[in-house]
Design a binder for this molecule. Sequence first.
Ligand code: MG
Length: 404
Amino acid sequence: MTRWRYAAATDTGLVRDLNEDAIFVNDYLAVVADGMGGHAAGEVASAMAVDLLVSEFVHRPTVEGLQRAIESANEVIIADARDTPEHFGMGTTIIAVGLTEDAHGVTSPTLFNVGDSRAYQLRDGALRQLSEDHSVAEEWVRMGRLTPEEAAVHPRRHQLTRTLGVEETVEVDVMSVIASPGDRVLLCSDGLSNELSPETIAQLASAPVPLEEAVTALVDAARSAGGRDNISAVLLEFEDVTNANPPIKRTVSTSRPPAAPTANPARHARRGRRFTWRVVAAMTVILIVIGAAIYVVHWYAYSTYYLAEDTGVIAVYQGQPNGVLWFHPRKVTDTPFHVSQLRPLDRQALLATIAEPTLASALHYASYLHDAWQLTRPVTTTTTSVPSSSTTVRSPTTTLKGAG
Ligand code: MG
């Protein structure tokens, strides 16, 4: 059984013309929403969010119920901003504590937060911030890029990273509030937390005075400190608390799960056809690449000719002497020239094969080798009987002398 007492106050402040904050509190739910957006749209967004949480929580007072209510608020604000031009750009923070029921009907306090409105817990005069601000500067503090002191004056401390009404998907921090009887919880907009130091908030919020006086003191102090923004405070004091067991602390995304793949047979069928065409296209490309590779290798393998011995004669082969992959050289023709009719060095060269770019040049070179051998082979002496009177021995020297 959890019960609380409560008091709340909201104020336009000293600078703004309108109060765009919205608050609500009863025996089961406490909410602060800080609206933003020009042309009074901020108060529309914050009011929409509070109204939706209140109405939904009545029907479904559970953690999931409040998560769903925040999701609904986000959708409704986005739809309204789309349909109403003067509401374009509106949004709101939301911070809420609800007494949520578990599966056994036991109620315990649960905190929900989107944006930079804050929740503090007060015990024995000490103050602890329960919520994390979803602002650029505070995110950087959590990442270690800024100190809390630097964040407090950083120009991007007001730039929010999460709000309702901006994106279809919103992430909500959800955590159990672990409290004891006598503990107080303060929900407030940044118009209060920006104007007052944590020490002042702790002192005023935990003062041993009726809750109404405490919230009035808080709002008055924020006005006195400048009142540059709308100021809202909801103060709870637990009379009795049952804490959640186990406690929860998580960030939930309100994005809807994707539809099951078999939910739409037509879509499924389209996917099947697309898959088949993709496979056919991919296989065609692969086959073209393989075919081109085979063509290139084949061209290279048979792009040359060479001379080599085959059964005692010079033969002309087409291809690479050692073959390329499975393309082995093939014999084109035998020449009429015997290997024995080659000069010794040419014979050795033939053993190592002699490459030629074309068949004609290969045949021509074989003929050349044979001719070269013929020119250098020893002269065969034959004896012929001729009449002695006609015998003329013409040595070159003799010829030259005779001529001279
Ligand atoms: Mg504000």
